[in-house]
Design a protein. Structure first.
Length: 194
């Protein structure tokens, strides 16, 4: 599929009942999952010796705010919101690694242009629920952390994975020492010709 020749990948941690958020926060704290997220979303190599950017991420406004309204370092951050003055309200106007867009198509178009310029292969969609759902038609790959728990009263969920995807990789099961939660990393890819 891809978007303007650039792979679109989604990345999320989900519970058994597909929950990704509760009260605009992650329903768990698993440091190894956060390291996994960072490793994947900053895996692009430097094209230029002085380039500090190692990835491109697209997120909704609520996801941005759940991270303390701070852009992720070493990544170009796209924030999708219908609020027209969002950039000014959150002092993002002069941040060269933050783009506030008002729809997903514009964010993907701009992200693909930047990806081409930096010779990056992938644009990462990092949430939340609406953005995951809307971006699914452009998505080539899905990286999920399956957390073996059910979350009651969750308020954000990952969409059902469409039939055109197949599971291509699955890790061993890991256990988080602090929370006692077990989890595994799973990759889904769009089948050829889908």
């Amino acid at each position: 599929m891809s978007y303007a020749g650039t792979q679109v990948a989604q990345i999320a941690a989900i519970s058994n009942n597909r929950c990704i958020g509760k009260g605009n926060d992650l329903p768990w704290h698993i440091p190894n999952d956060l390291k996994h997220f960072k490793a994947l979303t900053t895996s692009e190599t430097d094209t230029y010796a002085d380039s500090s950017v190692k990835g491109i991420v697209i997120m909704g406004r609520k996801t941005f705010e759940s991270m303390g309204s701070k852009p992720l370092p070493k990544r170009v951050n796209f924030i999708v919101t219908t609020q027209m003055d969002y950039e000014q309200q959150h002092n993002l106007v002069d941040n060269k690694n933050v783009y506030v867009m008002h729809n997903l198509d514009d964010a993907l178009t701009q992200a693909a242009n930047i990806a081409h310029g930096l010779k990056f292969d992938t644009i990462w969609v990092i949430g939340g629920e609406k953005i995951f759902k809307s971006a699914m038609i452009f998505t080539d790959r899905i990286e999920l952390t399956l957390v073996d728990t059910d979350i009651e009263n969750g308020d954000a969920f990952f969409p059902e994975i469409p039939g055109g995807f197949e599971q291509t990789e699955i890790s061993d099961s890991f256990s988080d020492e602090k929370s006692g939660l077990s989890y595994k990393f799973v990759t889904y890819r769009l089948k050829d010709g889908e």
